[in-house]
Design a protein around this ligand. Sequence first.
Ligand code: SME
Length: 169
Amino acid sequence: MAEAFNDLILPAEKAERYALLAEEIAAVLDGEPNLTARMATVASMLAASFDHFFWTGFYVVDPDKPRELVVGPYQGTLGCLRIAFGRGVCGAAAESGQTQVVEDVHAFPGHIACDARSASEIVVPVFDGAGRLIGVLDVDSDQKSAFDEMDASWLQTIVHKAFSIARTA
Ligand code: SME
């Protein structure tokens, strides 16, 4: 098996890549108010940023079923369409409002296996400017233990800037 990404990259280099990515995402989104366009752009730019990310995208809170997530813009293989709050990693993030870092998805109770390659994942809740949960960002890796506190912190910064900070478009 290929060496794990976190064993091959220095923390400073990873931080630098995230910093640049966060800047690029903010620049591309500047002035664009449409939520779908913003989510699609974040999913695409994340997918292109690190080779071991094989699924990047959003599950959004269904306005008609407030305790259910429905798939939104994503990059990757087919994802399941709906996830109830409390189910799997995405459902846990939506239920708790807390970022979930899962080193081994097979050890996570109730993990929903959309793709057999999934080994580890991170799910970050997404809030709007009023602090309401609007969905979650899900990033999956084919490597075990691919995500740590640095990924959590940068992905939270990226979604905060993209969806929570009031825009003047
Ligand atoms: N991993 C998620 C399911 C969605 S996909 O992986 C695209 C989960 O357990 O919440």
